[in-house]
Design a binder for this molecule. Structure first.
Ligand code: AGP
Length: 610
């Protein structure tokens, strides 16, 4: 999952490409490079490390030219170093190519081409593709024809952009499995992995579908299939403004996105709560309600943080709608040959809408006859476009690699879905009204928790040197324990595990001693007494306890070393509140450990490869 950008127009390409790369850096940041057509030659400059390293290199030798491509990498094949960084060139140096995805049959292609005399200089899968294009290009095909011929032999996924010094007015882009967007400006085109690299140039975009390519000239773009059939593509408008992808005075995107949650939770409910009827409406799935209400079986599938939200969705829907729900790791579901009953409905949950495993799980469920609905944040993303219907989070762009606001919006949307379906089943109007009011009160409660960030910072100062953490929760707060542990792992590199509190006795309790911080989500709910016994079990082994508790619970102070309070709410809504202190705790611990919270090592925001 890399970030790719291409530019053709009248302006100097380098500043546009570098700015584009910076906007896409959250997609991969272990090495970067550019290729510019300059004085009829293709000049390639690449560096290992962050884009700032590439910028330094470029500043030493200016690269004039108004046709170019650029890439920021998340290595899949070949160590993240200067040689393996993109763009890759062919033997003649006439072609340059950037790629996001995996060429699965690259080894076979490489062997054939080496037998034909091609010289390979990198360990990457991508290099095989540029040499394959070269093979056709040198046999009288133009760039368009050569790219199509080569792609017809490729297995795997790709978003590519290719340029040639022999065709100074042409840029070729093609997509299969990895996202690619064409930005249409005034006499210029910006091609990128997502709209964040395009928005400062134009809001007019077209999203390429699988097996589509774009032949981009200086004043015209032709979109067609790899089989050379022209496609009449609609132009869409980007739905947000540039400031949405700025830090707005915060030190990090992650902190900005944590602090945005009172607003984003409100945005997730806007126009979707019907207070007088004590119910909700979700326009995007209004035509699917019948199939949802009578579905014998509901599946929720996702990865990472979105999978944790799905777990909470399972608890909610089973408690209030009384429909059987199964939560599936998308990466397992796609290869497990799952049993899909007739009339089953699957929700795929994805912030980016581009996660390869979730996309594949969706295709597998569709193949087996399930109705597939999406819960996504990124408008126009592949999952949003390919699902039968769906619900947008309206959380705005999430740039920080560690997902925060998307999680609380996902759980909020799942609460709205639960209310909508439950009111069509056995839930009465007065209980419905109570739930509507409780959901409406969430933004204020979240704002109150965020005001307390200094206390959470102080607690982080007491624990940031720890090497291990254990997170415990019960019921609705078990997935919150998993999510809290994931946040800490992702950005502070501390080993952390989330566990159902009662499971602790069956093994993890062996880890507990005076060096083991244990975060326990112990809000006042139907299983409060049970969780306080678990706290006692930890205390008995001298574990250090950070408790997430309900305001007014003075008792818990006697049991825990540190307590972070959240306002009361309905039990099934508590995850939307109890996760906030855990996001901040992870953030402050990572800062104290001098970690790069927005671009943690080895991670990327959108996992577009298997
Ligand atoms: C969460 O902080 C991570 N970035 C990661 O686990 C993420 O949730 C996962 O890759 C799924 O992404 P998606 O919601 O965009 O599909």
């Amino acid at each position: 999952m890399c970030g790719i950008v291409g530019y053709i127009g009248n302006k100097e390409a380098i500043p546009i490409l570098v700015e584009g790369l910076k906007r896409l850096e959250y997609r991969g940041y272990d090495s970067a490079g550019v290729a510019i057509l300059s004085n009829e030659k293709i000049i390639i400059e690449k560096e290992s490390g962050k884009i700032s390293e590439l910028e330094k290199a470029i500043s030493k030798s200016p690269l004039p030219g108004n046709l170019g491509i650029a890439h920021t990498r998340w290595a899949t094949h070949g160590y993240p170093n200067k040689e393996n960084a993109h763009p890759h060139a062919d033997c003649t140096g006439r072609l340059a190519l950037i790629h996001n995805g995996i060429i699965e049959n690259y080894a076979a292609i490489k062997t054939n081409l080496q037998a034909n005399g091609h010289k390979f200089i990198t360990e990457t899968d991508t290099e095989a593709l540029v040499h394959l294009i070269e093979e056709y290009y040198c046999n009288g095909n133009n760039l368009d024809e050569a790219v199509r011929a080569a792609l017809s032999q490729v297995q795997g996924t790709y978003g590519i952009v290719v340029i040639s010094s022999s065709e100074p007015d042409t840029l070729i882009a093609a997509k299969k499995g990895s996202p690619l967007v064409i930005g249409m400006g005034e006499n210029e085109y910006v091609i990128a992995s997502d709209v964040s690299a395009i928005i400062s140039h134009t809001k007019n975009v077209s999203y390429l579908e699988d097996n589509e390519m774009a032949v981009v000239k200086r004043n015209k773009v032709t979109i067609k299939t790899i089989e050379n059939l022209e496609v009449n593509k609609k132009v869409e408008k980007i739905a947000f403004d540039l400031d949405k992808i700025e830090k707005c005075g915060y030190d990090h995107f992650m902190l900005k996105e944590i602090m945005e949650q009172p607003q984003t939770i409100e945005d997730a409910t806007r126009g979707r709560l019907i207070a007088e009827e004590g119910t909700a409406r979700l326009g995007g799935i209004r035509h699917e309600i019948e199939s949802l209400i009578y579905a014998p079986h509901m599946l929720l599938s996702a990865c990472g943080t979105s999978w944790h939200a799905a777990l909470i969705g399972e608890y909610m829907i089973e408690e209030f709608v009384r429909t059987t729900v199964e939560v599936e790791y998308a990466s397992e579901f796609r290869y497990r040959d799952p049993v899909i009953e007739r009339g089953s409905v699957m929700f795929v949950i994805s912030q980016s809408g581009e996660t390869a495993d979730t996309l594949a799980a969706m295709k597998e469920a569709k193949r087996k006859g399930a109705k597939v609905l999406g819960i996504c944040n990124v408008v126009g993303s592949t999952i949003a476009r390919e699902s039968d219907a769906g619900v947008y989070l309206h959380a705005g762009p999430e740039i920080g690699v560690a997902s925060t606001k998307a999680f609380t919006s996902q759980v909020t949307v799942l609460a709205l879905l639960t209310l909508l379906l439950a009111r069509m089943r056995n839930l009465g109007a007065s209980k419905g009204v109570e739930i509507v009011n409780a959901i409406k009160a969430l933004p204020k409660s979240v704002a109150k928790i965020l005001e307390n960030h200094d206390t959470i910072k102080e607690i982080a100062e007491a624990y940031y040197k720890s090497q291990n953490f254990l997170y415990l929760g019960r019921g609705y707060n078990f997935p919150v324990a998993l999510e809290g542990a994931l946040k800490l792992k992702e950005i502070s590199y501390i080993h952390a595990e989330g566990y159902p509190a009662a499971e602790m006795k069956h093994g993890p309790i062996a880890l507990i001693d005076e060096n083991m911080p244990v975060v326990v989500i112990a809000t006042k709910d139907s299983i409060y007494d049970k969780i306080t016994s678990n706290i006692e079990e930890v205390k008995a082994r001298r574990g250090r306890i950070i408790a997430i508790a309900t305001e007014g619970d003075e008792e818990i102070k006697k049991r825990a070393d540190h307590v972070i309070y959240v306002p009361p709410t309905l039990e099934f809504l508590t995850p939307i509140l109890t996760i906030i202190p855990l996001q901040l705790l992870a953030y402050y611990i990572a800062i104290l450990r001098d970690c790069d919270v927005d671009q943690p090592r080895n991670l990327a925001k959108s996992v577009t490869v298997e």
